[in-house]
Design a binder for this molecule. Structure first.
Ligand SMILES: C[S@@+](CC[C@H](N)C(=O)[O-])C[C@H]1O[C@@H](n2cnc3c(N)ncnc32)[C@H](O)[C@@H]1O
Length: 241
């Protein structure tokens, strides 16, 4: 199977179950998972550990979890690119999302047949994180102010074991026009998803890296806007072993 055919199969597998949550959930998942390179790159580059407990903060309708479950299923069926690392095996998938509409779409998608998935409504600035091997925040850190960002990052560090992974994506506020285009799109998409226009609290990439390093993480950065005129950067942050 060539990569394009495989990605189409993976997309179908990840998106079909969202039909249970309605047309919006289904088409939103298709649009997001097919056009955003981060989902493919997380698997292709083998960023996640072989097995682990996950916590996704600001998880929306659970698109990342759907992608991971679909990937693991195809891997176990032997439908997997020979030059990609094994699909990660998620042991538990916990999600926290502020908006009830998104949580309801997630609950419709996952249902009781997925006991490893637990998505709840909550504010990541307030909920207890418990313990996890992998914590993700995709495009959600900039919705609250700098002091609360730092506190959330501090608590993430404390919730991870030595060697644990915090993976996030931010918009580089030092990048000029691509950063402003991404913010404009962010406003439009947020509004389309039924939320009011947010105030955004961004930082230049160098400031994110300095903050995360000061908190104890080792940080690797990768540009993550392929095909879009944005300034998005993935931050792969590890608690030293
Ligand atoms: C741009 S969306 C990204 C959703 C998801 N991470 C994804 O990649 O599909 C940002 C999400 O973060 C959520 N969010 C923002 N602030 C939050 C907070 N304080 N606690 C929990 N979720 C939050 C928003 O409601 C929204 O669903």
């Amino acid at each position: 199977m060539n990569q394009a055919t495989f990605l189409a199969t993976l997309l179908d597998e990840a998106c079909e179950p969202f039909r249970r949550s309605g047309k919006f959930a289904y088409y939103y998942a298709r649009g997001k998972l097919s056009s955003d390179c981060i989902f493919r790159e997380l698997l292709r580059q083998g960023i996640f550990p072989a097995r682990g407990h996950y916590l996704d903060l600001g998880c929306g309708q659970g698109s990342l979890f759907s992608w991971l479950l679909a990937a693991r299923k195809l891997y176990e069926q032997g439908q997997w690119p020979s030059d990609w690392p094994a699909a990660p095996e998620p042991l538990t998938l916990r999600g926290v999302e502020l908006m009830a509409t998104d949580v309801n779409r997630a609950l419709g998608r996952f249902g009781p047949e997925h006991p490893v998935v637990d998505i709840r409504q909550g504010d990541m600035c307030e909920v207890d994180f418990g313990k996890a091997d992998v914590i993700t925040i995709l495009d959600a850190l900039h919705y609250f102010d700098h002091a609360r960002q730092e506190e959330v990052l501090r608590r993430i560090y404390a919730a991870l074991p030595p060697g644990g992974l915090f993976l996030t994506r931010i918009g580089d506020a030092g990048a000029g026009l691509p950063y402003h285009i991404a913010n404009w799109v962010d406003h439009v998409v947020t509004f389309m998803r039924g939320h009011r226009l947010p105030q955004l609290y961004c930082r230049p990439l160098s400031e994110w890296v300095a903050l995360l390093s000061r908190l104890g993480f080792t940080v690797r950065t990768l540009p993550m806007s392929e095909g879009k005129p944005f300034a998005n950067v993935m931050l792969i942050c590890r608690v030293p072993s």
